[in-house]
Design a protein around this ligand. Sequence first.
Ligand code: ADP
Ligand code: ASP
Ligand code: MG
Length: 405
Amino acid sequence: MSIIVQKYGGTSIGTIEKISLVADKIIKEINNGNQVVVVVSAMSGETNRLLGIAKSIDNKISGRELDMLISTGEQVTISLLAMTLNKKGHRAISLTGSQAGILTDNAHNKARIESINNSVIKNYLSDGNIVVVAGFQGVTEEGEITTLGRGGSDTSAVAISVALDAKECQIYTDVDGVYTTDPRLSPGAKKINQITTEEMLELSSQGSKVLQPRAVEFAGKYDIGIRVLSTFEDGSGTLVKKENDLQMEKAIISGIAFNKDEAQLTIRGVPDQPGIASLILGPIAKLNIDVDMIVQNVGEDGLANFTFTVPRNDYENAKKSLIESSEKLNAKKVEGNNQIVKISMVGVGMRTHPGIASKMFSVLAENEINISMISTSEIKISIVTDENNLKTAIDVLHKAFNLEK
Ligand code: ADP
Ligand code: ASP
Ligand code: MG
């Protein structure tokens, strides 16, 4: 018997009717002779609702108590799904992350899975159960409940697949696969049949939330494939796997991701001296704010401008800190923009095709889209522009790089 791991996201189990539909899909897999472990998210909107309540008490809340609260969404859906499977005549048991032996580090709200004691799930499977595990959560060695960061059920599913040496890790969601860009923004986006783990990791990290970046990282590390599928339509979805395992025509660009969760800050007219970058970014790091892109340019007068991006949620705090630094450094000015978007083109073909960046820049220029920052890696080019340009930029890049349907 093979073990299949299936993960269902929030919209797939948002109502009792949908849970019943999901139960039927699981039973179909059982009838095919497989053992099934199911990982579920909270009902759509539930995690946001819980976060909203917590924020109404304390806007900056984080840590242990927040995990205690937001992990409850998944406890609701595991029990409802197990009840539904029972009602349909199948043995099923629901397990919290802790009961399933999912051990994490103690970084509350963004914990990493350290190990899974697979004997618990295996025993329930051998007893003929469908095992329904709460996604997004785990437990520390000290018995504290942790959560894995937004979208973390994907990572739970991949980690469980690895721990059980599952035949397949199927991620069911509300789209029928990974597209060349978010199909909700661009109806012309094309479904990708196969994509390398490396490219998927870049797309996810740059904002394509169809898979949590850590899930893809985990799959790459342990060399297992992920299949992204629709809960509501039949189809073969998208296979995410290591490059060598895929037989595919290599597209130069596989997709375009975007991220509207960042904001940009600039400090102008700082002395161009050693140590300046750390004087500017040190206080930001002390506030636990992650800095993403950084650009420094030096003018002829020996003064430099320093621009960087931070998560949009941290914009006000970062700006305050930068204004304080600017007074100490005798800088000319601090500017900020929290209405930006980062757009990233991703593709392994970039390694062997020079000129992709210049084509990207000229296509954007022809359409009067101003670029404020650029960063590149071996298989990715990212630019920052005004948020209003998002739709046009994605559309023209799609056309220019033949990514449309
Ligand atoms: P789930 O609740 O099932 O985990 P998510 O909302 O986390 O679902 O992820 C699915 C969503 O990801 C889709 O509805 C789609 O809008 C979005 N998305 C963003 N980029 C892409 C992409 N490149 N391909 C497919 N979906 C994408
Ligand atoms: N319910 C969690 C969230 O909304 C985890 C998940 O959906 O994967 O982020
Ligand atoms: Mg998700």
